[in-house]
Design a protein around this ligand. Structure first.
Ligand code: PLP
Length: 426
């Protein structure tokens, strides 16, 4: 019964410090979010103690009557939210969900076609050091060099030439919506399975702000912790005909006991995602990203060699293009960190700088929208980012007096929007 601070003061301090960091800075990593208190409670519950190999009603352990309730709720809510025939809510993370899908539908040596990592794809879509790149033959489609957008005619030509067994549509760094109907047509034309990985934009789909891939794809994977604002974990949605194959690929195919505390937290997140408040938050998320894109494409910013890929965004993130700037991705990430804004550097297509440096930034709005930011705050944060990057590009970032007002403006925004207020007493 001893408290964490007594048993392990070092870990307690690391957690307290991290809470302080989350509260005191502006989190703009596009794949991150702040989960609601109810999700935290479910995730930190006694369900972590329970072994439950198998599926609800068909477990390999006794005492599963209550975790069955939790998993059934997660499954039913996920099906309802996305209009799916079947949901497997057991994948420990997005990468595990993706491995399960590949092993369910492909044999080693089969051909997988996905968006190139260098053009915004995810490493589980065929990167050579990942399971996907090691076990399957990979062909990658790219974005158009002029527009930065995926050209579906080129995707079709590549698919016709390569005849992949499976096509994956989905991304980690791409600011536009995908044309799932066209992907379906192409998959049908070449006889491929269509897999959509909606990890980044699942929250937008749940809110009706992004086309839903579920009616078009054979299988859809997602993480639950990005725009969906649930616990760190994954999920698979399928048509009824693939249910057995997918369930068996997850367990016993690659996982043992499911994380029942995480599954309960997923159920809570799906319930919240079905509410009007969640939809309103996703609208602020997308509008905030569009404000950021507008402010970063203003003349005085672009005059410093700074622009955004595709000229704007339809989703929750903006990709800043620094190819023509003195400032590289690493310097820009460090500089924003110094003023209190957390983002990640990101390679842009045909990036002339090395992968550890890059010529881009990925900036997302989901976490700040969860914190309550609306149009006025997103305008302010967009201006802070633009001014910081301009200072960096002009070589004036060493001037601490110039950075101080920017740091003060970040601190004010953070103070005005308290995060997990009173958490210490929950
Ligand atoms: N798929 C996509 C498109 C992603 O962006 C990510 C994470 O960044 C994943 C899968 C992997 O998720 P996880 O980090 O939970 O394994």
């Amino acid at each position: 019964t001893a408290a964490l601070a007594e048993v392990d003061p070092e870990i307690a301090a690391a957690i307290a410090d991290e809470l302080g960091r989350q509260r005191g800075t502006l989190e703009m990593i596009a794949s991150e979010n702040f989960v609601p208190r109810a999700v935290l409670e479910a995730q930190g519950s006694v369900l972590t103690n329970k072994y439950a190999e198998g599926y609800p009603g068909r477990r390999y352990y006794g005492g599963c009557e209550f975790v069955d309730v939790a998993e059934n709720l997660a499954i039913e809510r996920a099906k309802e939210l996305f209009g799916a025939d079947h949901a497997n809510v057991q994948p420990h993370a997005g990468a595990q969900a993706n491995v399960a899908v590949m092993t369910a539908f492909l044999k080693p040596g089969d051909k997988l076609m996905g968006l190139s990592l260098a053009h915004g794809g995810h490493l589980t879509h065929g990167m050579k050091l990942n399971h996907s790149g090691k076990f399957y033959e990979v062909v990658a489609y790219e974005v158009d060099p002029e527009t930065g957008v995926i050209d579906m005619e080129k995707v079709r030509e590549l698919a016709l030439a390569e005849k992949p067994d499976m096509i994956v549509a989905g991304w980690s760094a791409y600011p536009r919506q995908l044309d799932f109907e066209k992907f379906r047509e192409i998959a049908d034309e070449v006889g491929a399975i269509l897999w959509v990985d909606m990890a980044h934009f699942a929250g937008l789909v749940a809110a009706g702000l992004h086309p839903n891939p579920v009616p078009h794809a054979d299988v859809v994977t997602t993480t639950v912790h990005k725009t969906l604002a649930g616990p760190r974990s994954g999920m698979i949605l399928t048509k009824e005909e693939h249910k057995k194959k997918i369930n068996s690929a997850v367990f016993p195919g690659q996982q043992g006991g499911p994380l029942m505390h995480a599954i309960a937290a997923k159920a809570v997140a799906f319930k919240i995602a079905g509410c009007e408040d969640f939809k309103e938050k996703q609208q602020r998320t997308v509008a905030g990203a569009q404000t950021l894109a507008q402010r970063l494409t203003a003349e005085d910013v672009t005059g410093h060699g700074i622009s955004v890929l595709t000229g704007g965004t339809d989703v929750h993130l903006v990709l800043v293009d620094l190819v023509n700037s003195e400032l590289d991705g690493k310097q820009a990430e460090d500089l924003l960190h110094e003023v209190g804004i957390t983002v990640n550097r990101n390679a842009v297509p045909h990036d002339p700088r090395p992968p550890m440096v890059t010529s881009g930034l990925r900036i997302g709005t989901p976490a700040l929208a969860s914190r309550g930011f609306g149009p006025a705050e997103f305008e302010e944060v967009a201006d802070i980012i633009a001014e910081t990057l301009k200072l960096g590009a002009a070589g004036q970032a060493e001037d601490t007096a110039a950075l101080q007002p920017l740091k003060d403006r970040v601190a004010k925004l953070a103070a005005d929007f308290p995060l997990y207020d009173g958490l210490e007493d929950w």
